[in-house]
Design a protein around this ligand. Structure first.
Ligand SMILES: CC(C)(COP(=O)(O)OP(=O)(O)OC[C@H]1O[C@@H](n2cnc3c(N)ncnc32)[C@H](O)[C@@H]1OP(=O)(O)O)[C@@H](O)C(=O)NCCC(=O)NCCS
Length: 158
């Protein structure tokens, strides 16, 4: 079917599209923490070091979503962690199970690498993402706090 969503490993020609899709999704107004750390180097770095965990979703050959992450090797323990760092789906294709398909493939790859735990994180007010992760079996949320300091004016916040 032409409209079918397909998941595949990212290739070099996808880099710009993935980056720009992320720019549309991780906006300073909706997701300020994600906005601050999303840049070209994030995408190229993960693509370079974890090509198997750099996935895209396509519809009619157009990239409509991505999942990017790492395996965290823990020396001297039997537990390796997978970290799904970035997950995004084009607004026009959200709530069509694209995110779930990306996550399913990402988990399959982790399992094939012997990983037993997967971590995800997002802003505490990112209700749609939290709902998405809970629907897909994630639990045990713990809080992590970001603090900021202006280095030009250390007393001033932002
Ligand atoms: C989170 C995200 C990846 C989900 O992708 P998706 O393709 O829409 O997800 P799916 O279609 O597979 O799953 C849909 C489920 O996710 C949750 N969900 C997704 N969008 C939602 C929204 N706008 N409001 C509430 N719940 C939402 C719901 O549980 C929904 O199930 P339902 O339709 O039965 O209520 C997508 O919303 C997105 O790209 N958000 C912006 C980027 C982001 O926040 N990424 C996560 C942190 S890096």
């Amino acid at each position: 079917m032409a409209d079918e969503i397909k998941i595949r490993e990212m290739v070099i020609d996808d880099l710009a599209r993935v980056f720009h899709l992320g720019e549309k999704l991780f906006t300073s107004s909706d997701h300020p923490n994600l906005y601050r750390v999303w840049d070209e180097y994030t995408v190229t770095h993960i693509f370079e070091f974890e090509p198997e965990l750099s996935l895209v979703a396509t519809r009619r050959k157009k990239v409509v979503g991505f999942a990017l992450g790492y395996v965290i090797e823990k020396p001297r323990t039997a537990w390796n962690y997978g970290h799904l760092v970035w997950l995004g789906v084009d607004e026009a294709c959200q709530r069509m199970n694209v995110g779930e398909k990306l996550l399913d493939r990402f988990r399959d790859i982790l399992r094939s690498k012997g990983v037993r735990i997967i971590l995800v994180d997002t802003q505490a007010d990112n209700k749609s993402a939290i709902r998405f992760f809970k629907k897909n079996g994630f639990g045990s949320p713990t809080r992590h706090v970001y603090l900021m300091q202006n280095l030009d004016e250390p007393g001033k916040v932002t």
